[in-house]
Design a protein around this ligand. Structure first.
Ligand code: MOS
Length: 735
């Protein structure tokens, strides 16, 4: 099905199932432990042995020698895979050859060996006996030190490296009101609960891998290319995923090494990355340095907007696209953005929840708060004053839908913004200095091809199959809702099967593109199935009504099971997109409000309440969408207050590589959260009229916290996370 004209009324608009707050259909499996994660497929693979990954102990250099003799002789050891004996590895789309390092070492904890043994303990014990001699070479580990060596990155998902409209320099110099400040955001880890894990099993030249991966088709392709086998010979199965956040978008060492290990020892092999390897072996969100400049008229109209961002990555890497939202968020005739990418020999930087916008808004939305104060304007008024309905870089291009102002107004009303004293450091609650902050939220909505297969059996059961993944987001449920709505059956009549490369290729989970695209594919397949049902009965598909488990037309009504017959009916289709997303800009919008208390004596920040207002098209399942947003708000609170991978700038690794040292928020950090969805539909997005929301939820949160801290204390911190040491010495005297 080609989606190339705006959606008209369709069966989804009935909203009998779609749009209703719906419990996860996979919830009982998760709460009873019957949902099996990658490492837990004991029934399918009862005879798996254990692989333990050894990570490089240096950040850059070479392996001079590697002595496996003691490890090979250790109890239970079946084999050891290294770059020396693994055979030649191909290079996938995502630089997968480096998933097994040696002799050259590219980064700390790059995998250099897999020790395979009968038991987990034997594998771990034998790994200690592997003797590696390294030749260390100089590496670059400090972004601030290498920033000025940064070059223009190749255009990628985040667009061109530089944009320029009008005359930024001239307009900035001439502006009566100017602002120029630099912000920093740190490296962050996905820190998902389930580590990267895989079980690999060979049958002849056919490979099956149970794994934890967001993008099944990408990883099938990359695993096949890396191993040098046809992709038809690779099957990936990833039905449940304990968190991804972008860290499981790509093939990682666990899956590749499990496959190599299983080939070497001729047994199925299971591999889970231990927690430190999640930090230094896999990907992370790269640190940024961001400079923001504004020029404005005295009454607060932006005339010049400049945003530059510096980040680093391994050679051939990509930038953190932190300037993306600044190209689209506020009006202003003269504008420039630029990204510069320096080489860093730290582990690979890559996508983490709302890559680009999340760290970009951490800077931009503090800058907006600072500029509003400079102008003597309320920060909400200042944002509304500079709102736009068209792409500010290409004014002929409208947004498909943009309700940012309504998000800000609705939130202000609900949050009680009117009562706010605009002067900072004025409100006390005992030793707590109280402040409130606001930030705009922005995240793009991407159109991606997505396919599904739908079966109807003679009991009237509808089964959906697609390689779409559910990373905790609720994909199972919105897909079931879509099929139920389309086929006119209750939710309990729908079975959803996900995450298997034998199913049609979906959009996968990433970049908040999963919801509208994967359900769009199910919509397409169900449309075809409806046609097949009608055709079989000799009914007119256009006027046939699918409701209450029956199909009805021309005075006839037939139960769906009877229509399907003993052989059943099956239909497969994909949603594919034309150029609607070029004619108009598809984005999602929101506003975050935060109240904090900062301890006047210790500088400790406690968040007291949070509110998000989101405008993201039709909300398919308000219950799971709310969960997505409150999870994202929690992640934003972590980004504001605690999350930071501490770089050892001499040895070149992230020191706090466990969940004791890498702090993320816990329940006690997050007392009250509220989410409001604006009631809207976006007919330009897909037949579902929905857009993503899971990443919108994090965008702007950290800046809202930062702005609230400033409002509470009068102390402005421009370097995240805002830990108490950065506030001490800047707080007013304790009363
Ligand atoms: Mo998301 S960072 O694209 O999984």
């Amino acid at each position: 099905m080609k989606f190339d004209t705006p959606a008209t009324t369709n069966p989804i608009d009935q909203l009998k199932v779609i749009g209703k707050p719906t419990d996860r259909i996979d919830g009982p499996h998760k709460t009873t432990g019957t949902a099996r994660y990658a490492y837990e497929h004991h029934e399918e693979v009862p005879n798996a042995v254990y692989g333990h990954v050894i990570g490089a102990a240096i950040a850059k250099g070479r392996i001079a020698s590697i002595d496996l003799s003691a490890a090979k002789a250790a109890p239970g050891v079946l084999g050891i895979v290294t770059a020396e004996n693994a055979g030649k590895l191909g290079k996938g789309e995502f630089n997968t050859a480096k998933l097994l390092g040696g002799p050259a070492i590219d980064h700390y904890h790059q995998a250099i060996a897999l020790v395979v043994a009968q038991t987990f303990e034997q594998a771990v014990a034998a790994a200690q006996l592997v003797r590696v001699k390294y030749e260390r070479s100089e590496g670059k580990f400090d972004l601030a030190a290498v920033k000025d060596t940064g070059v223009k990155p190749k255009p990628g998902l985040g667009g061109a490296s530089d944009t320029a409209v009008g005359d930024f320099a001239g307009a900035f110099a001439a502006a009566p009101m100017q602002f120029d400040a630099t912000y920093t955001t740190p490296d962050q880890s996905h820190a998902m609960i389930e580590p990267h894990a895989s079980i690999a099993k060979w049958e002849g030249d056919k490979l099956t891998v149970w794994t934890s991966n967001q993008m099944i088709a990408w990883s099938v392709g990359d695993l096949a290319k890396t191993l040098g086998i046809p992709k038809e010979n690779v099957r990936l199965i990833s039905p449940y995923i304990g968190g991804g956040f972008g860290g499981k978008l790509f093939l990682r060492a666990d899956a590749l090494l499990a496959a190599l290990g299983a080939r070497a020892v001729r047994r199925p092999v299971k591999v889970a990355l231990h927690r430190p390897l999640v930090t230094n072996n896999t990907t992370h969100r790269p640190a940024t340095i961001q400079r923001i400049r504004f020029g404005a008229t005295k009454d607060g109209k932006l005339t010049a907007i400049g945003h530059e961002s510096w980040s680093g990555d391994l050679p051939e890497g990509a930038p953190e696209t932190a300037v993306g939202q600044t190209r689209l968020l506020y009006a202003g005739a003269n504008r420039m953005t630029a990204m510069r990418l320096a080489v860093l020999d730290l582990p690979e930087g890559n996508a983490m929840r709302a890559p680009g916008e999340a760290p970009g808004l951490m800077a931009l939305e503090i800058a907006m708060d600072e500029m509003a104060e400079k102008l003597g304007l309320d920060p909400i008024k200042f944002r509304i004053l500079n709102d736009t309905q068209v792409d500010p870089e290409k004014p002929e291009r409208p947004f498909s839908q943009r309700n940012l102002t309504e998000c800000l107004r609705t939130g202000a009303e609900k949050f009680g913004w009117k009562q706010r004293n605009p002067k900072p450091a004025q409100t006390r609650d005992g030793r707590w200095m109280i402040g409130t902050g606001v930030a705009a939220a922005f995240r793009n909505s991407l159109s991606m091809k997505s396919a599904a297969r739908v079966r109807l059996d003679n009991r009237g059961m509808v089964t959906v199959e697609t390689d779409m993944t559910d990373i905790g987001t609720g994909s199972y449920t919105i897909i079931a809702q879509t099929a139920a709505e389309m086929m006119g059956v209750p939710l309990a009549q729908v079975v959803v099967k996900l995450g298997d490369s034998q199913f049609p290729v979906s959009c996968g989970s990433g970049g908040q593109w999963g919801a509208h695209n994967s359900t769009g594919g199910v919509f397409a397949a169900c449309t075809k199935l409806r046609e097949a049902v009608a055709k079989k009965l000799g009914l007119d598909a256009k006027t046939a009504v699918f409701a209450d488990g029956h199909v009805s037309a021309g005075g006839r009504s037939v139960p769906l099971g009877q229509a399907a017959g003993p052989a059943g009916l099956v239909a497969e289709d994909a949603i594919e997109y034309g150029d609607l997303d070029k004619k108009s800009q598809l984005s999602t919008f929101g506003a975050h409000f935060v109240e904090v208390g900062v301890n006047a004596a210790t500088g400790e920040t406690r968040i007291r309440r949070m509110l998000a207002v989101c405008a993201a098209g039709r909300i398919l399942n308000p219950k799971s969408a709310r969960s997505q947003v409150i999870g994202a708000m929690t992640m934003g609170a972590g980004a504001a207050l605690m999350e930071e991978l501490a770089v050892d700038k001499r040895a070149g690794f992230f020191v706090n590589h466990d969940l004791a040292g890498y702090e993320v928020p816990v329940h006690a950090d997050i007392p009250h959260q509220e989410v409001i969805f604006l009631d809207e539909t976006d007919p330009m997005s897909s037949p579902m009229k929905a857009k993503g929301v899971g990443e919108l939820g994090i965008c702007g949160v950290a800046a809202a916290v930062a702005n609230a801290i400033y409002h509470a204390t009068g102390a402005r911190v421009r370097d995240y996370p805002i830990t108490l040491d950065k506030l001490l010495g800047h707080l007013p005297p304790v009363a």
